[in-house]
Design a protein around this ligand. Sequence first.
Ligand code: HEM
Length: 142
Amino acid sequence: MTLNLKRFLAATAISFGLAATAYAESCDETALYANMETMADNMRPLVSAIRSNNIEEAQSRLATLRTAAVDASDETPYSLADGGDSADIEAFQNAMTDMVARLDEASAALEAGDTGAAASHLQAIGDMRKDGHRQFKDRSCR
Ligand code: HEM
């Protein structure tokens, strides 16, 4: 889509009072971006909580991450907003579903008192992040 057309659509959305939900002008304005920031804010404290054996804190961080990941799976990456086909969207949703499943496994491991297994699941989530960003994050997105 050309920039002019994007601007026209954004202006139209504003005139209908739909700006916030109807159109993201850049990567960091998406609902997905906000959920990603929530994930980023919680990963480090989660790792610290596991290291210091603070299980209650770790479970609470995992729950926050889970909510953000579930929300994210209903959202559309900025890179797919224009040209993404349904296979791309499905691949994105599957990746987020896998992440939710890993979060649940980490939570179950903590519940069972196995902090080592929980840490391995977090490592897998770190890899999912790397792959997800390589595949779905727009190059303009810092
Ligand atoms: C714990 C795991 C993750 C963390 C902490 C995380 C963190 C972030 C952060 C901080 C951003 C903002 C841009 C930046 O600073 O790089 C971002 C953007 C983004 N992330 Fe993640 N991310 C995670 C997992 C994932 C996964 C699994 C996917 C895809 C399946 C994904 C897809 C994206 C996309 C597409 C954007 C750009 C925003 C948009 O297009 O609307 N992320 N992420």
